[in-house]
Design a protein around this ligand. Structure first.
Ligand code: FES
Length: 139
């Protein structure tokens, strides 16, 4: 069925996220894997629904609080299973889901909209470690 292995389930942290890269019609996009409380795995594109130029995982794992993943910028919280924002400036919005499947302890990309590119992200991709509220590049 052509589904590509992304990582072992054991590599997906409970208290963070695991970055990988997909291609969407030739354009590379970052995505994250999140471990759910039942041991399964969810996946979303790696950007906040409030400001879409803000990454949830800036290279060291997205902050996780209980069953939510948290945006560092303005502290929006998104349910790890559904991706729905339950608190914050984009409340009610939903992270862009990427369909993944778990088989025999491994996570596979299972989404016809995306092609798997690599585990992790491009090394020369500048990491946005900015955490100051309101700070933004002025392009
Ligand atoms: S950019 Fe994520 S909450 Fe504002």
């Amino acid at each position: 069925m052509g589904a590509e292995r992304i990582a072992a389930v054991d590599e997906v942290p409970a208290d963070g996220s695991l970055l990988y890269t997909v291609s969407d019609d030739g354009e590379e996009r970052e995505a994250i894997l999140l471990q759910l409380s039942d041991g399964s795995v969810s996946s979303f594109l790696n950007y906040c629904m409030h400001w879409t130029d803000v990454k949830l995982d800036t290279g060291d794992g997205a902050p996780v609080r209980g069953d939510d993943v948290v945006c560092r910028k303005h502290a929006a919280t998104f349910e790890k299973d559904s991706g729905v924002c339950t608190h914050g400036p984009c409340e009610g919005a939903q992270l862009d889901p990427v369909s993944v499947a778990v088989r025999s302890g491994d996570v596979y990309l299972d989404d016809t909209d995306y092609e798997f590119v690599r585990a992790g992200v491009e090394d020369d991709d500048p990491v946005d470690r900015s955490t100051s509220p309101g700070e933004r590049l002025g392009f």
